[in-house]
Design a protein around this ligand. Sequence first.
Ligand SMILES: Cc1ncsc1CCOP(=O)(O)O
Ligand SMILES: C=C1C=NC(C)=NC1=N
Ligand SMILES: [Mg+2]
Length: 210
Amino acid sequence: MKQILPLYFIMGSQDCKLDPAFTLTEAIKGGITCFQFREKGPGSLQGTEKVALGRKLQRICRESNIPFIVNDDIELANTLQADGIHVGQDDMPIEEVVHKFVGNIIGLSVHTVEEAKQAATHNIDYIGVGPIFPTGTKKDAKKPVGASHIHTIRDAGISTPIVGIGGITKQNAHHVIQAGAEGISLISAISMSDYPQLAAKQLKAILTLA
Ligand SMILES: Cc1ncsc1CCOP(=O)(O)O
Ligand SMILES: C=C1C=NC(C)=NC1=N
Ligand SMILES: [Mg+2]
């Protein structure tokens, strides 16, 4: 997980300023360590178009040995033989995901310390803790918890690998690492950039300095 979590890019076509394949290719050149295909919400693709884009982005990841993770959709994750799946608290119960998902990386969204404690009782590879900062990308995001919440989770004795998520930019990314997260996961800081390779490079540099 240590190699995978540092700079965890998440994107769907609905989040993308430029062409998704171009943005992903550039982000990989810029040093992302993991990619999550999250085709969801207003303006996202459905059905065969969603599968086709997933396959296209998975191919780009495979060429560079970057783990390809699918958000929420276990049928899609199994159809694509994705490396991992990420589910939310109100998606398929984690016991069912562990049982049904054929790949090997399982991630879970976590907001409260209680949810983090629950997650630690399952064989989960990482938890996505957030939203850390205010975000406009996820319409139904919960109240921002601040980077200190990661510290609180660590103080509760939870050692599950953590990526922070929500409103993370090159200006605030260091707070997330200093609070005890293994990495940062983000959408718009790269997906809305005119220069996704530079955006990824700058975020990666901050991680090494944090
Ligand atoms: C998927 C998700 N979960 C909590 S906040 C969020 C959106 C993160 O997007 P951004 O990095 O653009 O704030
Ligand atoms: C909601 C999410 C939280 N964390 C991660 C890593 N991905 C997500 N889709
Ligand atoms: Mg979800």
